[in-house]
Design a protein around this ligand. Structure first.
Ligand code: UYC
Length: 228
């Protein structure tokens, strides 16, 4: 009922981020009236920095398949929600589009491609990174990718999230792997079928980095000056 919807709307304004995520889903489930409330809430938030609450609303409006909402998103955010800073002229819009529609598997693949692009022609050809290439990555580019992953994952995914977990386990890789769902007992999680390509994944599960050639690449990524 509309009384219920008004109630949810007022709760949305003061709730914790965790509860806001739930409320956004509940409000969207009420139909067109709910979508309009979410659209207005998103518009009112435009002053502050973009965070995962904005990302969540963007995702539910996009998923609603309402032409009106699709139109609003296109007009209000012609370049997407997250501003795509790159010091090397790399275009991250495909990553943004894939994450906005929660295609985490394709977004993971394209994110790795973009890091190869950032590293240069040889890495693009090779299709994987040398750890020595990572020192030269601009802070801005890694922060853009991290912001994209966080904004469209309720804050769950991203290199800086992985870094925080890694620091929390005393930089112990063997403790990190099971915590982020990359290893179970002695068994590595197999790519791609065994990974969890949605938000039921453990915190820090994505983006992936292949450990076939050792930990030096991920170590360089997690200790980059981008993370302060
Ligand atoms: N794979 O197991 N991985 C691949 C992961 C390992 C292997 C790609 C992550 C362990 C082979 C991605 C984990 C291992 C290939 C990931 C994981 C292994 C491959 C595609 C948990 C064997 C075929 C991009 C740590 C015991 C390609 C890419 C090749 C691919 C990710 C095997 C994203 C997070 C140690 C044989 N694995 N990878 O890099 O290079 O190719 O031969 O990490």
């Amino acid at each position: 009922t509309s009384a219920n919807l008004a109630d949810l709307e007022s709760q949305l304004k003061t709730a914790s981020e965790k509860n806001q995520i739930q409320l956004i889903e509940q409000i969207a489930a009420t139909g067109e009236a709910g979508l309009i409330i979410l659209k207005q809430f998103l518009e009112e938030r435009q002053k502050g920095p973009v965070n995962f609450i904005d990302g969540k609303i963007y995702q539910v409006l996009l998923k609603s398949d309402s032409p009106e909402m699709a139109d609003f998103l296109r007009t209000a955010y012609p370049n997407g929600l997250v501003s795509l800073q790159s010091l090397r002229g790399i275009d991250y819009s495909e990553v943004q589009e894939l994450l906005a529609k929660q295609d985490y598997q394709a977004a993971d693949r394209v994110s790795m491609q973009k890091l190869c692009e950032l590293a240069g022609a040889q890495a693009m050809e090779r299709k994987w990174l040398y750890f020595t290439e990572i020192d030269k990555f601009p802070i801005e580019d890694l922060q853009t990718l991290d912001r994209l992953w966080q904004v469209y994952s309720e804050g769950k995914f991203g290199l800086s999230v992985q870094r925080e977990i890694w620091l929390g386990v005393g930089k112990n890789w063997e403790k990190l792997w099971p915590k982020i769902g990359w290893k179970s007992g002695n068994t590595w999680t197999r790519y791609p079928g065994e990974f969890t390509w949605n938000l039921t994944a453990p915190r820090g599960h994505l983006p992936l980095s292949n450990q076939l050639r050792g930990v030096r690449v991920i170590e360089k990524l997690l200790t980059h000056p981008a993370w302060g």
